[in-house]
Structure formats: C-alpha cells, structure tokens
Design a protein around this ligand. Structure first.
Ligand SMILES: Nc1nc2c(c(=O)[nH]1)N[C@H]1C(S)=C(S)[C@@H](COP(=O)(O)O)O[C@H]1N2
Ligand SMILES: [Mo]
Length: 406
C-alpha cells in the first residue's frame, strides 16, 4: 500500500511538472489516469511547427503545409511537412548512434559512428526538393486510401551530410549491386519489434549521384527529430519515401530491395495507364522513380483581392524530379491562353526553381490564376488531374489561385 502511494506520488510529481502547475485534486485522480492536458500532445509545440500547418493524422503524425506557407526560397523547419509511416523513435542516444553498411553486395560489412562519418568523409550541402509520392492524393476520384494530402507535402530545405557514394567506396561494393535498402529505428504502429514501418531504397545509379546524401544537418542545424534525427538518407527529386529518416543501416542488395513498402502496390503506379477505378494486378504496377514536373504559386494566397488597374505580382517554385524546369507560364482564362513567367535556374541540381510574373487584368471580376511548368524534355503539367492510379500518387496538376479584381 505504501509503495503504491509512493509510485502514485512520484507520477503525480512528474505530471505536475509536465503541466506546469499544481493538479489541485491530484490525489483524487484515478490510478493510471492520464490528465487531458497530457493526453493529446500539441503537434505544433511538439514539432515546432507554425500553427497554420494542417494535421492530417496523429497516429502516425502526418502534417502538411498550405501553398502560401511555402513562400520562402528555402523551406524553414516550421513549414516543412511531416510524413510518418510509424511511431517516431523514442530515447535516441546520439553518442551510440551508428550506421552499418551490409547486404549481399558489400565486400565486407562495416559500421561507422556518427563522429567517424563526419570526420572521415567530405561534407556537402545541397538544397533538395522532397515531395511525397502521395502529394495531391485528395483530388483523385474514385478516392484513394491514405493521407489526403492536398498540395503541401513538398519541401526544399538545405541538407548537409556526406555522400553515400563516398561511404560505399570506402566499404567496397561488389559488381552485382543493383539497389540499396535503408533500415531505420522508427517503430511499427503495432509496436511489433520484428516489423519495420518502412524500408525503401533506390537503384545504384541514383545512389551514386553526387547529391544523394547521408545527412546530419537540415537548414544548418541538427535534423529535427520528426525529420530523421540524427541521420537520414536524402535523395532529392524522387518520391520522398526514398529518403529514409532515422537511418542506422543501409543494405547493398543484389536484387531490387524487398523491404517494407517496396513490394505490392506501395509507391507504385500502373506501368500502363488505366481508367478510373480499374483494378490493377500487383505485377502490373511499376516503382515510382523521378517525380513529375510541378509548380506552386506561393504568393499571393488564394482569395487575393486587388484594385482595378493594379497589376498582381505572383511568385512561386517549380521543380521536375531529376530534370529541370525550362518554361513557366500562367493563365488567367482557364488555360485558353498562356503567358510567360520568369524562371530562375536552380541553385543546385534537384533544388526547386523560383518563378514570378506581373499580371494585368482586363476588367473587374473573378479570375483564377493557373500556373504551368514545363520540364527540359518538353513535358507540361496537366491542367487538371493526371492519370488515375489506385494509390493516388503523382498528382502534378496545375496549381490555381482565386483572385478578385474590384
Ligand atoms: N524511417 C522512415 N523514413 C521515412 C518515412 C518513415 O515513415 N520512416 N516516411 C517517408 C515518406 S513516405 C516521406 S514522404 C518522407 C517525409 O519526410 P519528412 O517527414 O521529413 O518531410 O520521409 C520518408 N522517410
Ligand atoms: Mo511519402
């Protein structure tokens, strides 16, 4: 009885500390009861997010931005979408964190400490576009299951780390290597320690690109916990699911990696186009590689009102997976005619590009501004929804904002 009271009092003490004030009738609280103030953690405080961000799910945490929140040239932490497949790792000890390189296709398995990675290999910083393969899913009809991302599951932060190719050169890779697969310390939603929430990867040519990093810094600081602290793979231009967070092992495989969410229909689209709602066999689904051309108007916010006779200055970002954006246009007449925006070169490969335009409107009334990017191979964004696919990936339709001239 005494011991029970002791346990209860200690718990009460820590709960009081967490709430920040006395729990007045704390002694009356039922055993094992968690006060409301501690039940649903505030994601904005938990993840240092701006409180205009939109929470799509709390189990696991999935949070997206709105177009106008992505106006910065380099996405700040507070506006970066969070996409989790499992539970964020608990009790990380960075002093004990290691990265192991193993798999059928390494000459010898090897483990590095964080310090070793940082001191042994040259460090690089790149601004890299990470877009969730499911960004835009909410528009598909028939609907696709999964997080109903609208347009805010994209970011372009600065990532600092070492090149995966340099690490693999140090380890020694066999000629039969075709793919890498990452393994991470996040926890499966079932809490079954034998299950991984996600373990994806990339083929060797993508792995060997200069911009494919094992990163330990985001925007010049330690990577925030929700984005993969203390170590993450970053492979810009491909579905962001390739960029494993909390990575502690990379397997060099002599087959296409077969980890969680690599097989079946996950992060795959029909190899050949299908009609809306059509059933597609697993073997007819192909792995998504480079993301398609896309753009966002980040200023002004949809719903802008301007005075007749004034021009509207719009700006935003455009990206095209492995390619560059070569042309950027806007339309104010639902796609009947298009005018040029100016578009900058990317700061480095796989970084988004910035565009702007100054728009004059012919008279008072309601308008929509549509933005359309074209990649270096001549592909345009579709004006409305692209091909339907069962899992709702790769919606790169033109972004549109409403404008009133009064
Ligand atoms: N270990 C691990 N890595 C992960 C995920 C995850 O759930 N666990 N989610 C992936 C997916 S689907 C996306 S879109 C990106 C999201 O990165 P962010 O949360 O840093 O924006 O992380 C990827 N890496
Ligand atoms: Mo994703």
């Amino acid at each position: 009885m005494k011991r029970r009271n002791f346990v209860k009092n200690t718990l009460l003490g820590s709960m009081t500390a967490a709430i920040g004030t006395d729990i007045v009738f704390g002694s009356m609280m039922p055993n094992h009861y968690k006060p409301l103030a501690l039940q649903e953690p505030d994601p904005f405080k938990l993840f240092n997010l701006d409180d205009s961000m939109v929470v799509l799910n709390s189990k696991p945490w999935n949070v997206e931005a709105k177009a106008h929140l992505l106006d910065d040239r380099i996405t700040p932490n507070k506006f970066m979408f969070i996409r989790n497949n499992g539970i964020i790792p608990e009790n990380i000890d960075v002093n004990k964190w290691t990265l192991t390189i193993d798999g059928e296709s390494v000459k010898q398995k090897r483990t590095y400490s964080l310090e070793e990675l940082k001191s042994k290999f040259k460090q690089y910083t790149y601004q890299l576009t990470l877009e969730c393969g499911g960004n835009g899913r909410s528009e598909f009809d028939p609907p696709a299951k999964g997080n109903q991302w609208t347009i805010g599951a994209v970011s372009c932060a600065n990532w600092t780390g070492v090149r995966l190719r340099d690490i693999l050169a140090d380890v020694g890779v066999k000629d039969d290597a075709v793919y890498i697969g990452y393994h991470s310390t996040d926890i499966h939603l079932s809490r079954d320690p034998n299950k991984e929430p996600i373990s994806r990867g990339a083929p060797m040519p993508k792995v060997m690109q200069n911009e494919t990093l094992i990163a330990f810094k985001m925007n010049g600081e330690d990577i925030p916990l929700s984005h993969g602290y203390p170590l993450r793979l970053v492979a810009g231009g491909w579905p962001a699911s390739v960029s494993g967070k909390w990575v502690n092992r990379i397997s060099v495989r002599n087959i296409i990696h077969d980890g969680a969410k690599m097989t079946g229909t996950a992060y795959r689209v029909p190899c050949n186009p299908v009609g809306p709602g059509e059933k597609v066999k697993d073997e007819d689904m192909c792995i998504i590689e480079s993301m398609p051309v896309k753009s966002l108007i980040t200023y002004p916010k949809s719903g802008a009102i301007i005075k007749e006779g004034n021009s509207l200055h719009i700006r935003g970002h455009a990206w095209a997976g492995e390619l560059e954006v070569s042309k950027m246009k806007y339309s104010i007449d639902f796609g009947s005619t298009w005018n040029d925006c100016s578009i900058e070169k990317p700061i480095n490969r796989l970084a988004w590009q910035h565009f702007k335009a100054s728009i004059a409107f012919p008279k008072k009334g309601y308008y929509e501004v549509w933005a359309r990017a074209t990649d270096t191979k001549g592909k345009n964004q579709p004006m409305l929804l692209p091909g339907w696919n069962p899992k709702g990936y790769l919606n790169n339709a033109c972004h549109r904002i409403a404008v009133k001239v009064s």
